[in-house]
Design a protein around this ligand. Structure first.
Ligand code: ZN
Length: 46
C-alpha cells in the first residue's frame, strides 16, 4: 500500500497529495509550483 502524504508549500501555500517517490523529488528539487526548497516539516499525513 502506498503511503500518501500532503505537501504544503511554505511559500506559495500550494497543497499537493504526494506519494513517497514524489516526496523525495520535492525534497530534492523544491516545490513543483514555485521551486522553493521544501523541508520535512512541509509534509504531513492526511
Ligand atoms: Zn510553492
Amino acid at each position: 500500500m502506498l503511503t500518501t502524504v500532503q505537501f504544503t508549500c511554505s511559500d506559495c501555500a500550494q497543497t499537493i497529495e504526494v506519494n513517497d517517490e514524489m516526496r523525495e523529488t520535492i525534497l530534492e528539487t523544491g516545490c513543483p509550483v514555485c521551486t522553493t526548497a521544501a523541508a520535512e516539516d512541509d509534509f504531513s499525513t492526511a
